[in-house]
Design a protein around this ligand. Sequence first.
Ligand code: 0O2
Length: 265
Amino acid sequence: MEILNWKELLYPYEQAVAELTLKLEYTMTEYKKLGMYSPMESVTGRVKKPSSILDKANKKSITHEKIEEEIEDIAGVRILCQFVEDIPKVISLIHRRDGRDLTILEERDYITNTKPSGYRSYHIIIKYPINSVAGYREILAEIQIRTLAMNFWAVTEHSLKYKYSGNIPKEIKERLINCAEAAFNMDNEMSTIRNEIMYAQRINKLKDNLIADIIDYIQNLYFVTKLDEMEAVNKQLVDLWSNGDIESLKAFKDKLSEMAKVYGV
Ligand code: 0O2
């Protein structure tokens, strides 16, 4: 059997994880910069540890020569969403890249088809191109998309699997199934108040942006207006900061914009 050079084997996977994570983070940032709600809450990635690769190869009777061909998740990227409704949006974002910077090979919907363990998540297996010093090649990677609640369950179950070397006692398994149900109910409950939560997040963002604009105006006006005029402006800002609704903040910003025009700043 071929002796594996782990450093050489894993390097392209490290590159793939770094590139994919960065690209998806940029998409998240873009949503935020445009003042839009991002369906992705966070993106993380990891390269499977040699011990886990060997365990999986052993479990599935994969020879060393076939590891890269048959273990699809040596490179893994995980996208977390706040709401179940965000998941199809994230899937569309990945579909849009299909045939461009990645190729989709397979999709596994463990959300519609929950695993017997209680595991829920959406998996997309991709082929990803790597341009390295060694040249061009394509490697396999797995993108997991799940909600925060699904992730909480999966991470906890995974650590128990590890603790019990894959043989979780029956009683704990049953409890885990109850927990999976609780996570499922939590996702459903969160969906019912999704609009409220998204509205609150949008308002907070809007408020932050308005305050930032107001502070910019105040800084520009500081040296050109009379002291008592500036004191009144500062006092109004302090009042609005704590009590102000969006409309009053907008009106205050418009007032400062007029003042700035008058003073030519
Ligand atoms: P790790 O440590 O996360 O990398 P199989 O091992 O046969 O079940 P297969 O055929 O490789 O899985 O593909 P599948 O079912 O899409 O699962 C791949 C990965 O999904 C797993 O990788 C886990 O990360 C996650 N996963 C699948 N089923 C479960 C589950 O029941 N519980 C938890 N917590 N995670 C699951 P690895 O290699 O098992 O683990």
